[in-house]
Design a protein around this ligand. Sequence first.
Ligand SMILES: [Fe+2]
Ligand SMILES: [Fe+2]
Length: 247
Amino acid sequence: MVVRAPPRRRGRPPAHFRALPGSPRDVSSTEVRSALALGRDVSGLLAPAVARFIEKRRLYGLRTLERLREDLSPARFEHTVHVAALAESLARRHGASPDAARTAGLLHDAGRRYRPHEVARYVRARAISVPERAKVLASDPMLAHAYVSADLARREFGVEDPEILGAIRRHTLGDARLSLLDKVLYVADACSLDRSHSSAAATRALAYEDLDEALRRCVAEKLVHAVGRDAWLHPLTVRLWNSLAGR
Ligand SMILES: [Fe+2]
Ligand SMILES: [Fe+2]
């Protein structure tokens, strides 16, 4: 038995196949997987019985989403979903893996379930390697949340892909060299739909056209904000800026 996929593949199936009558919905499985993983309404995409089965078994990332909803504040959860959606979309535009970008986006702030002193305790207890660790934990432990998120992504959410874990780890402090996936996540985090600062929408639009320029703006804004607060600048962020300045 086969089903004709409209309207992409026409033609007749081989003689030993029997085509089912009727025309199926023109929905790709990629679209369905993405919608489920981002917690979107899939009633227009799936038959009710299939949607119920997926919901019951918590398939296609529903368990991850449920766990994040429990762990994070409502605002942080909303941010997480917006970052994941934008990262996926930017990845598709720039040739990175949409699935990897969505996963990185969903888990990038998993460590934000903790308060600053808990982040510091987690980093020490698990001996997590954070550059300038002593200074980070003394000045602003939340700067280390990305490293905690990557550790949680691996331990609790089963992510093994080093590219995804690296992007999560680098989304706050950056690094002198960023991969395409790193850039996608860094930019998506800085200008996701929930970000209210005045330049967020313009940076978001720019990110589709020129990801490097959008990244440069995001890092510049982060630095200006930190200097405005009289905050200590992490050397990785300074190195990232120096790699982008004057382009
Ligand atoms: Fe973060
Ligand atoms: Fe974030």
